[in-house]
Design a protein around this ligand. Sequence first.
Ligand code: 5GP
Length: 188
Amino acid sequence: MGPAPTPAPLIFIVSGPGGVGKGTIVNALVERDPRLWLSRSWTTREQRPGEADAAYVFTDRAAFEARIATGGFLEWTEFLGNYYGTPTPDPRAGRDVVLEIEVDGARQVKAVHPEAILIFVLPPSRDEQQRRLRGRGDSEHKVAERLQKALDEEPVGMALADHVVVNDDLERTVQEMVDIIGRHRISV
Ligand code: 5GP
């Protein structure tokens, strides 16, 4: 008999309406827990001023569509006029996968991997959510569009979620998610 096979990685999906602070949360999570592997998505959206180069693989529609055609995405969707997609994950052995994606992508991942764990993040208040959406430097039109999209996404995400977390305080929220992840690791 050879060595015991490495267990399949757990998949943690972090989703939630725009302006809820998902990006900040997942960055803090992977910093805290080196066993987590954060997937980097592809997008056709333009890079925002001040946005890290590593936030996404920024690409164009032709390259994105070529990757769709070769089956290179675990999931992809069109969100407010741009493509976003998760390349088929390839974590090193022993690491668990974190996907920070919107609800249509979360639904697709759950269809392929029903064991994936969806943590849905809610804003502490609409005011705070609007403040965060405005703070990105998008135009008023874009902010209004994203706010409406966020309102539409919430009930869908809540219905799919395994856990719902309110991001009232970053440190507390990250700790709650570390605890959730720890409990799932024990129970596999
Ligand atoms: P943003 O333009 O604000 O960076 O992202 C817009 C939305 O797309 C956010 O809800 C974000 O979580 C989501 N998103 C980012 N990457 C992906 C992805 O690979 N797939 C899907 N389905 N959504 C994504």
